[in-house]
Design a protein around this ligand. Structure first.
Ligand code: HEM
Length: 511
C-alpha cells in the first residue's frame, strides 16, 4: 500500500537548496559513496547530448555498459538512472518517499499549482476531485462527439493533400488533432488548430517548448525573476502563459455563469451535461470548493499532459505502420470488417483488437515521456540493496525498460502480436512494471483510458480512409522533451483508399 505523502505544500525546493547541495556533493564525489550504485563514466559529448537532445539514447547506451542502475553526473546535477522493472515499481509505488522533483521545477511557470506537479494534501484532494469526471459515460459521449468528429476533420483535410500530391507533415497534423480534441474535451473550446492559426495555439506551443527547454537547461537562470524580465525567450514564454491563463480563466467564468444561472448540480452517477459534456462543466456542476485559479491550473495540467503525448503516439504508430506494410494491411482489414465503412462507436473499440495492439506496441517502443523523474524525500534502500539519500534525483528510463533485451524478447522489433490479442489491455500491473507507458503507482496517468480511446479512434479513421507512405530519403531522427518527437517532422504521401471508404459524408452527417 502506498505511503501517505509527507509534505503538504506545492512549493518545490529552490535551486540552491540542501537537496541540490547533496546532489552536487555526490556529483563531485565528496563524501563516501556507499550506495552500491555503479558510476557511469560519461563522456563530455554524451553529456551535452543528454542535456540538449534525445536524452534517452545515451541513457540506453550506458545501461548496456553499466547495467540496470547507475549514477550519472551531468554538470551540477546528479541522477540515479533506473532501467529495471522491480526498482521502477518500488520508486513509483512509494510515492510518499519520492516526489516529482525536477519536473515540478521546470513546469511550475505553466502548471502553477496544478495537480500534475502538486504534492501532498493538495495533490490528493485535487486528484480525487478530477478523476470522477473521466467516467465511462463521459468517455463514450466524447468518443462520438469529439474523437470521431476531429479525426473525420483531419481526414477531410488530408484528402486535399491526396488530391494535389503534396507531402504532409503528419507529426504536425496529429499534434493539431490532439490539441483540438483536448480543448473540446476539457473546456468545450474549439482551438480549430487543424484549419486555423491563432495566438492561443501559438502560445500553447511556445509554453510547451519552454517547459521542454527548461528540462535540459544546464543552468536554471529562469529561477531568477530579474533575468526572466530581460531575456527574450523568457519574455515570450511569460506572454504565452499569460494569454493561455487568460483564455482558460474566461472559459471558466463563462461556464460558471451558465452553471449558476441554471442551478446545475450533479444529481446522478456518471453525470454528463448534454449540451456541454466537458470536464470543466462536470467540475463546476460538482460544486467542489475550489478557487478559479486552482481549477485553471488543474485544467492546464490536463491540457498539457494530454496533448503532445497522444499526438506523439499517433505519429510513431503511423511511422511504424508505414515501415511494416503487412501490419498496416492487417489493421486496415480489421477496421473494414468491424466498421463496415462507418466511424467507430465506443462499443466498436473493443473489437479493434489488432489496431489496439499496434498502439500498445508503439507505446512500448516510443514511450512518452521516455524518462520519469523523481526526487527521494528520505533515505531508502532500493531492491538489489542500492542506497539512496534524501535529495537524490532519480530517472526511471521507461525507454530502457521497454527496450531492454533482459525484459523483452526481440525488444527492438515492432511486433503488435506480442500482446495477446484476446488478453487484457497490457498495463503496469499485469506486466509487473515491464510495460509502463502510463507510469504506475499513485501518480499514474489519469488520462490513460481517454488517451487510448482517442488514439484508437483517430488511427482507425485515418487507416480506414488513407493509404500512406514515408517520403523517401528523409532523416527521421528523434529528439525529446516531454515526449519523443522527430527533429524535422514526419513527412508522408497520402492517398485516399478505395476500399470501403465510401463512408463518409452520409454516415458521419447522420451520426
Ligand atoms: C500523468 C503518460 C495522456 C493527464 C502521466 C504520467 C505518464 C503519462 C507517464 C505519469 C508521469 C509520472 O509518473 O511522473 C501519458 C501518455 C498519454 C497521456 C503516454 C497519451 C498516450 C493523458 C491525457 C490526459 C492526461 C489524455 C488528460 C485527459 C495526466 C495527468 C497526469 C498524467 C493529469 C498527472 C497525474 C498526477 O500527477 O496525479 N501521463 N498520458 N494524460 N497524465 Fe497522462
Amino acid at each position: 500500500k502506498p505511503e501517505k505523502p509527507t509534505n503538504n505544500t506545492t512549493k518545490q525546493s529552490s535551486w540552491v537548496s540542501p537537496d541540490w547541495l547533496t546532489s552536487l556533493a555526490q556529483s563531485l564525489s565528496i563524501g563516501k559513496d556507499d550506495s552500491n550504485i555503479p558510476i557511469a563514466n560519461a563522456k563530455l559529448e554524451d553529456v551535452s547530448e543528454l542535456l540538449g537532445g534525445a536524452l534517452f539514447l545515451p541513457l540506453f547506451k550506458w545501461m548496456q555498459e553499466y547495467g540496470p542502475i547507475y549514477r550519472l553526473a551531468a554538470g551540477p546535477r546528479n541522477f540515479v538512472v533506473v532501467s529495471d522493472p522491480a526498482i521502477a515499481k518500488h520508486v513509483l509505488r512509494n510515492y510518499g518517499k519520492y516526489a516529482k522533483g525536477l519536473v515540478a521545477e521546470v513546469s511550475e511557470f505553466l502548471f502553477g499549482s496544478g495537480f500534475a506537479i502538486a504534492e501532498g494534501q493538495l495533490w490528493t484532494v485535487r486528484r480525487r476531485a478530477v478523476v470522477p469526471s473521466l467516467h465511462k459515460t463521459y468517455l463514450s459521449v466524447i468518443v462520438d462527439r469529439v474523437f470521431c468528429k476531429c479525426a473525420e476533420r483531419l481526414v477531410e483535410k488530408l484528402k486535399t493533400n491526396a488530391l494535389n500530391g503534396s507531402a504532409v507533415n503528419m507529426e504536425e497534423n496529429f499534434s493539431q488533432l490532439t490539441l483540438d480534441v483536448i480543448g473540446l474535451a476539457l473546456f468545450n473550446y474549439n482551438f480549430d488548430s487543424l484549419t486555423t492559426d491563432s495566438p492561443v495555439i501559438d502560445a500553447v506551443y511556445t509554453a510547451l517548448k519552454e517547459a521542454e527547454a527548461r528540462s535540459t537547461d544546464l543552468l536554471p537562470y529562469w529561477k531568477i525573476n530579474a533575468l526572466c524580465k530581460i531575456i527574450p525567450r523568457q519574455i515570450k514564454a511569460e506572454k504565452a502563459v499569460t494569454l493561455i491563463r487568460k483564455t482558460v480563466e474566461e472559459l471558466i467564468n463563462k461556464c460558471k455563469e451558465i452553471v449558476e444561472s441554471e442551478g446545475e448540480r450533479i444529481d446522478e452517477e456518471e453525470y454528463v451535461n448534454e449540451t456541454d459534456p466537458s470536464i470543466l462543466r462536470f467540475l463546476l456542476a460538482s460544486r467542489e470548493e475550489v478557487s478559479s485559479i486552482q481549477l485553471r491550473d488543474d485544467l492546464l495540467s490536463m491540457l498539457v499532459a494530454g496533448h503532445e503525448t497522444t499526438g506523439s503516439v499517433l505519429t510513431w504508430t503511423a511511422y511504424l505502420l508505414s515501415k511494416d506494410p503487412s501490419s498496416l494491411s492487417k489493421a486496415q482489414e480489421e477496421v473494414d470488417r468491424v466498421l463496415q465503412g462507418r466511424s467507430p462507436t465506443y462499443e466498436d473499440i473493443k473489437n479493434l483488437k489488432f489496431l489496439t495492439r499496434c498502439i500498445n506496441e508503439s507505446l512500448r517502443l516510443y514511450p512518452h515521456p521516455p524518462v520519469l523523474l523523481r526526487r527521494a524525500q528520505v533515505a531508502d534502500v532500493l531492491p538489489g540493496n542500492y542506497k539512496v539519500y534524501p535529495g537524490q534525483d532519480i530517472m526511471i528510463s521507461v525507454y530502457n525498460i521497454h527496450h531492454s533485451p533482459q525484459v523483452w524478447d526481440r525488444a527492438e522489433v515492432f511486433v503488435p502480436e506480442r500482446f495477446d490479442l484476446d488478453g487484457p489491455m497490457p498495463n503496469e500491473t499485469n506486466t509487473d512494471f515491464r510495460f509502463i507507458p502510463f507510469s504506475g503507482g499513485p501518480r499514474k496517468c489519469i488520462g490513460d483510458q481517454f488517451a487510448l480511446l482517442e488514439a484508437i479512434v483517430a488511427l482507425a479513421i485515418f487507416v480506414q480512409h488513407m493509404d500512406f507512405e514515408l517520403v523517401p530519403d528523409q532523416n527521421i531522427s528523434m529528439t525529446t522533451g516531454a515526449t519523443i518527437h522527430t527533429e524535422n517532422g514526419l513527412y508522408m504521401k497520402v492517398s485516399q483508399r478505395q476500399t470501403k471508404s465510401a463512408f463518409a459524408a452520409s454516415s458521419s452527417s447522420s451520426r
